[in-house]
Design a protein around this ligand. Structure first.
Ligand SMILES: [Fe+2]
Length: 139
C-alpha cells in the first residue's frame, strides 16, 4: 500500500512545479529575458503544456479522491501552493539582481528536470495503486 500522505505530498509538489513553470515563463518573458533566437515561441509551448499537465494532475487527484475518502485534495492543493512559492523564491535566488537570458533559460530547464523526476516517483507509486492512477507520465 502506498502511504497516502506521501502520495498527497508528491502529487502536490508535481502540481506546484507545473504552476510555477507557467508563472516563470510569464515573469521571465515579461522581463524580456526570453527574446533570444525565438526561444519565447518554444517556451510558450512549454507553458501551455504545463497548463495541460496541471489539468491532468488535477483530474488524477480528483479521481483518487472520488475513489477513496483517504486522499484529501485540499492537502494536495496546499502542498502545490507551497511548492510554487518555494520555486519562485528559488528562481529569485538563482537569477540574482541582474539576470541574463541564458540564466533565465537555465532555470527553466532545471525546473523542467524537477518535474520529470517527480513524475517518475509518481509513476512508481502508481504501480502500487493497481491502476487507480493511470496516465501519470510527463509527456
Ligand atoms: Fe510539466
Amino acid at each position: 500500500m502506498v502511504e497516502i500522505e506521501k502520495l498527497q505530498e508528491k502529487l502536490g509538489e508535481a502540481l506546484g512545479l507545473e504552476i510555477a513553470a507557467q508563472k516563470a515563463v510569464e515573469e521571465l518573458g515579461s522581463k524580456g529575458l526570453l527574446d533570444k533566437n525565438g526561444v519565447i515561441t518554444q517556451l510558450k509551448k512549454m507553458q501551455s503544456q504545463a497548463g495541460n499537465h496541471q489539468s491532468k494532475l488535477e483530474e488524477v487527484v480528483q479521481n483518487l479522491a472520488d475513489g477513496s475518502d483517504e486522499l484529501d485534495p485540499t492537502k494536495v492543493q496546499q502542498v502545490a501552493q507551497e511548492t510554487a512559492q518555494k520555486c519562485s523564491s528559488m528562481m529569485q535566488t538563482y537569477l540574482g539582481l541582474d539576470p541574463d537570458s541564458s540564466e533565465a533559460i537555465e532555470f527553466l530547464c532545471l525546473a523542467e528536470g524537477g518535474e520529470v523526476t517527480h513524475y517518475e516517483v509518481l509513476a512508481a507509486m502508481s504501480k502500487k495503486l493497481n491502476g487507480k492512477m493511470k496516465d501519470i507520465n510527463h509527456y
